[in-house]
Write a protein that binds this ligand. Structure first.
Ligand code: ZN
Length: 339
């Protein structure tokens, strides 16, 4: 896959060096603050701080709550001459702990409302039911006995999709497609982009030419699909539609949730579509060649990085779920034999 060049060389250099990039002013009154998660750098989440015309202060994806992230976030606010206590709006692209995790803390100290898509709130409320259903699914996939325990631990009832230990997740403001964030003097619009999770949103700042993409599109990482709650629709289909929805934003500077800012989200989106199409072809080929295979047998024919034999636990479960989405997209679910 070709990788888009960075707009922010500071962020790209920090990523290469394995250190957190410094706070950067992206546009007048808009900053990016990198916060660590899961053991820290280079796995940083990029939080964005947006100042309103009246001095109000929104934060898009405040990041995680562990690994010293809250301290780093506070330092970031200090670097721009403000404090976390000044925040007046917390807008979140999706429910994952590395984006939403700090929201409860920021809300507590600032009193700011948390804004999130309604589907994310539903997913958090239904987390336990979804996990039980996921566990029943996993048991039908034909995972070899010695690997089943690891997949169940990562994808069954033990799994936490949301903000985990940070306390009950809250949303004070439910976002829907097209909603404009309440930041005086700014015009930042919600763009619903399901796929990575069912209620994932991007934020479009037309006047500043910025597109905040969360985990929908990242410059180097091919982010996973269907990693929120269970959805009625096929997350793979959703993700392809959500990539198509970015067609008008080629000229925008992309502010992703990880890695570094880049340009031309349309080319990057095309690469992701090509990658997913290729997977679909491999799955179709496996179904053509095998007679009533299990899902595991289908996935064994798909060239996942390193091959499926190299995968276990979370990554194996993810590969199998992706395979199921491709089978479903092909309309060939009845050709797979549940165990
Ligand atoms: Zn995510």
């Amino acid at each position: 896959m070709s990788i888009p060049p960075p707009v922010s060389s500071v962020q790209a250099e920090a990523l290469a060096a394995g250190v957190l990039p410094p706070v950067e002013e992206v546009r007048p009154g808009i900053w990016t603050v990198a916060v660590p998660f899961r053991g820290g750098v280079p796995d940083a989440t990029l939080a964005y701080v947006v100042e309103g015309a009246d001095g109000s202060l929104a934060v898009i994806d405040p990041g995680g709550s562990g690994d010293g992230a809250l301290d780093v976030l506070s330092e970031g606010f200090r670097a721009i001459g403000r404090a976390v206590e000044d925040v007046t709006l917390i807008a979140v692209t999706h429910l994952h702990a590395d984006h939403l995790g700090a929201a409860a803390h920021v809300r507590r100290v600032s009193g700011a409302p948390v804004a999130m898509h309604a589907a994310e709130v539903r997913a958090l409320e239904h987390e336990r039911d979804d996990a039980e259903q996921d566990e029943r699914d996993v048991r039908t996939w034909g995972v070899p006995e010695h690997l089943l325990g690891g997949v169940l631990a990562a994808w069954g009832t033990g799994r936490r999709i949301g903000s985990g230990a940070t306390g009950a997740p809250v949303a004070d403001l439910l976002l829907a497609d097209g909603d404009v964030l309440p930041i005086p003097g700014r015009s930042i619009r919600t763009l619903w982009t399901p796929g990575h999770t069912g209620g994932h949103v991007c934020f479009v700042d037309e006047p500043d030419g910025l597109l905040f993409t969360g985990d929908h599109v990242l410059p180097r990482i091919n982010s996973g699909i269907g990693l929120g709650g269970r959805t009625e629709s096929n997350p793979l289909r959703d993700s392809l539609d959500s990539l198509a929805a970015l067609a008008g934003f080629a000229a925008f500077e992309v502010c992703p949730g990880h890695e570094y800012r880049f340009r031309d989200v349309v080319s990057r989106g095309r690469e992701l579509v090509r990658h997913r199409d290729e997977r679909t072809r491999h799955v179709a080929d496996a179904l053509d060649r095998l007679d009533r295979p299990t899902l595991f047998e289908v996935a064994s024919r798909v060239p996942f990085t390193g091959g499926i034999g190299a995968l276990s636990g979370y990554l194996l479960g993810s590969a199998l779920r992706q395979t199921a989405y491709h089978v479903d997209l092909l309309g060939r679910a009845d050709e797979v034999r549940p165990v």
